[in-house]
Write a protein that binds this ligand. Structure first.
Ligand SMILES: *Cc1c(COP(=O)(O)O)cnc(C)c1O
Length: 376
């Protein structure tokens, strides 16, 4: 059975185009400057203005942002980085890419995020950084762990891939560099703001911004423009090739110009789900703190998840599971440790279709199908 009358609910997530993206990309194609260009730098300035921070470094992806933030913070061989197991595998792969070891932390089953206590529990003498993941767009408050982390020289690097546009208190996520937090965003296809592919690091100091810029461009100091007029270039440090293409930056600029529409739509959609789900026995909505967050998804807990999941999938409803725990993956077996809360939670979570193309009628349709599936 399928639901062709409701195509939007077939997709769990989806990019949202406002309309200006194609023309913006065409303009870059005609200009002939496809790599890092002044369009990328304009995107950096506009994102910085949106976040109300001095500087932002645009990169190729959220994964690249995390990798570079770890390197800029001096994390490498022999170091351990605390990370929740319940996250997209990119959070963990970035740690491995930096040569460090992931140390998996438990989550609060109500928010699916780490807490100050779960971070402190995971610390070892080798811990050099903590990556709280802002699951679903929800800011993670580590205030109660902050004195210990600062005292041990442990850097906090937020994985805010899902949290562009969210707030922490009265400031945007990403605006806490002065208190020592590095923040990484993703502008991948289904993220709150998409560049097609892309990411950003919010550096804490001008020096750190320069380090990240060098690391993302093979360690080369000169601009492309200076390089083509010169017989040499100076390269005095390690570097990777992680720039953001002007094609991606142009897409992001077109999105940012009309981002208020998403700032309305996503919380509205989440509240529509909350209202529709109220009172369904056996279904618990994972709270995203919608007053402050720009929700990235809508996650419920259902005890008989696999059966409900299969039932909804069979009806053509795009439910998903975010995420299979990383500490149970073969790739990360060397760093496995038992995480009972994560394991229990991961068996019950299910993400409902959630993207800005959806209407309130779509939400009603999904919740009706969910109610029936849970009762079967
Ligand atoms: C999307 C995502 C990433 C990776 O971002 P990419 O742009 O896809 O590389 C990292 N962490 C989380 C939690 C994500 O959702």
């Amino acid at each position: 059975m399928t639901s062709p009358s409701r195509p939007a609910v077939r997709r769990n997530a989806s990019p949202y185009l406002y309309g200006g993206e194609a023309a913006a990309v065409a303009q870059v194609l005609e200009s002939g400057q496809y790599g890092h260009s002044d369009v990328t730098e304009t995107f950096e300035r506009e994102v910085a203005a949106y976040l109300d921070v001095p500087d932002v470094v645009a990169v190729e992806s959220g994964t690249a942002a995390l990798h570079l933030a770890l390197l800029a913070a001096g994390i490498g061989y022999g170091d351990e980085v605390v990370v929740p197991s319940l996250t997209f595998c990119a959070s963990v792969q970035a740690i491995v890419a930096a040569g460090a070891r992931p140390r998996f932390a438990e989550i609060d089953p109500d928010t699916l995020c780490v807490t100050g206590a779960s971070v402190l529990e995971a610390l070892t003498p080798d811990t050099r950084a903590v990556i709280p993941v802002l699951y679903g767009g929800r800011a993670v408050d580590l205030t109660d762990a902050a004195p210990v982390l600062a005292g041990r020289g442990i850097t906090v690097i937020e994985d805010a891939a899902q949290a562009f546009g969210s707030r922490h208190g009265d400031r945007r996520v990403g605006a806490f560099g002065a208190s020592g937090t590095l923040t990484c965003f993703s502008f991948g296809p289904i993220k709150n703001l998409t560049c097609g592919q892309g990411g950003a690091v919010v550096p804490r100091t001008p020096q750190e911004a320069e380090t990240v810029r060098l690391l993302r461009m093979l360690g080369i100091r000169q601009s492309q423009a200076d390089r083509i007029r010169s017989t040499t270039y100076s390269m005095d440090t390690f570097g990777l090739r992680y720039p953001m293409s002007a094609l991606n930056a142009a897409t992001g600029l077109a999105q940012l110009a009309r981002f208020e529409e998403i700032e309305d739509k996503r919380p509205h959609l989440w509240r529509a789900y909350r209202d529709a789900l109220a009172g369904i026995d056996g279904v618990a909505l994972v709270d995203v703190d919608v007053e402050r967050s720009l929700p990235f998804n809508c996650v419920v807990r259902v005890p008989n998840r696999d059966a409900v999941f299969a039932d909804l999938q069979a009806q053509g409803i795009g439910v998903g599971v975010h995420y299979p725990p990383n500490h149970l993956q073969a790739a990360f077996a060397p760093w496995h440790r038992p995480l009972p809360v994560t394991e229990e939670t991961a068996e019950e979570i299910m993400s409902l279709p959630f993207h800005p193309e959806m209407t309130e009628q779509d939400v009603t349709f999904v919740v009706h199908a969910l109610r029936q599936a849970v009762a079967r």
